[in-house]
Write a protein that binds this ligand. Structure first.
Ligand code: E4P
Length: 217
């Protein structure tokens, strides 16, 4: 399973990358806005900066919602750097654009996916990744993990090559459950990744080992 970090914050991307376990980055317009990045030139430069930190795929989201606009924006984003994956929303013109990009060999991430039907359309259109959002489903009292199991199962039955990129991850147990469900990728903020490290017995055990080590040093 691949680990992507879901942020546009360069320091956090560097920190996750330094751990040696990072396979890529996902961003969205809200995450870019959070970093205070303004203006087309700065936005494009920021994507390139991210690509220069990590080795894997970097999702950059289009803002347009019409086919021509999505294609225009997506092609400009894809031309920025070979690691760029064009992130396209699950809407009618988005599906058309994913098919267009797929025919041209441009990688895509179909975002804002909340149902198995949407995931089937994304795969049929040839999306490289499909992004089902767990946390936002949990927020409306819907069992998000069932969705991951359904998509993984459907893709496996029909041999779809689209990778399941579990998104909107809020905590470490989401990551573990997605791994068990067979998600190909999880994307999450730095905190849930770091919280995978934590266990009180690890801390207690280490404290004891270090105390005992002093006895023979
Ligand atoms: C996915 O690619 C999205 O950027 C992200 O995971 C959304 O997460 P949120 O629901 O915490 O905003």
């Amino acid at each position: 399973m691949k680990f992507f970090i879901d942020t546009a914050n360069l320091d956090q991307i560097r920190e996750a990358n330094d751990l040696g376990i990072l396979d890529g980055v996902t961003t969205n317009p809200s995450l870019m806005a959070k970093e205070g990045i303004k203006g087309q030139e700065s936005i494009l430069k920021h994507y390139v900066d991210i690509c220069n930190i990590v080795e894997g795929d970097v999702s950059a989201e289009v803002i347009a919602t019409d086919f021509e606009g999505i294609v225009r924006e997506g092609e400009a984003l894809a031309a920025l750097h070979p690691q760029i994956v064009v992130k396209v929303p699950m809407i009618k013109d988005g599906v058309k654009a994913i098919k267009y990009f797929s025919n041209k060999g441009i990688k895509t991430n179909c975002t804002l996916v909340f149902s198995p039907g949407q995931a089937i359309l994304a795969a049929k259109a040839g999306a490289t990744y499909v992004s089902p959002f767990l946390g936002r489903l949990d927020d409306i009292s819907t069992d998000s993990l069932t969705l991951i199991h359904q998509i993984v199962n459907i893709y496996s039955i029909h041999g779809f090559e689209t990778q399941v990129l579990a998104a909107s991850i809020r905590h470490a147990m989401h990551i573990v459950a997605c791994a068990e469900a067979g998600a190909d990728v999880v994307t999450c903020p730095l905190e849930p990744i770091l919280s995978l490290l934590k266990h009180p017995l690890t801390d207690i055990g280490l404290e004891k080992f270090l105390a005992d080590a002093k006895k023979f040093m």
